[in-house]
Write a protein that binds this ligand. Structure first.
Ligand code: ZN
Length: 98
C-alpha cells in the first residue's frame, strides 16, 4: 500500500505578554507615532506539522501591533532605559546623555 503524506512545514512564532506592568502598555512607536508598543517574549521555530522543532529566535522584543514595528531588547535594565527615554518624549524634556 502507498500513502502520500504531505509534509507541512513552516515557521511558527509565539508571542507572549512580557509582564503585566501598566507602564509597559503604552510605549511610543518611532515608526507610526502611536503609543501602542508593548514588550513581548517572542519565539520563532521551524515547525513540522505545527510541532516546533528548530528554534530560530528566542528573545524579548518591543512590538507595535499597529505597524508591526519590532526592536529587540536584552533585559529589564535596557527596558527601563527605554522607558526613561519614552518619558522624555512624552513630557518633551530634552534627552539626557550621561
Ligand atoms: Zn507602530
Amino acid at each position: 500500500m502507498f500513502f502520500l503524506i504531505p509534509f507541512v512545514c513552516g515557521i511558527n512564532h509565539y508571542d507572549k505578554e512580557y509582564d503585566n506592568n501598566p507602564n509597559h502598555k503604552s510605549i511610543y512607536c518611532p515608526n507610526c507615532h502611536n503609543f501602542s508598543v508593548r514588550p513581548i517574549k517572542r519565539r520563532e521555530f521551524v515547525s513540522l506539522w505545527w510541532v516546533p522543532i528548530v528554534p530560530l529566535y528566542w528573545g524579548k522584543q518591543l512590538h507595535c501591533p499597529i505597524c508591526n514595528w519590532r526592536q529587540d531588547f536584552k533585559n529589564d535594565e535596557q527596558l527601563q532605559k527605554i522607558l526613561v527615554e519614552q518619558n522624555n518624549i512624552k513630557t518633551g524634556a530634552p534627552p539626557k546623555y550621561s
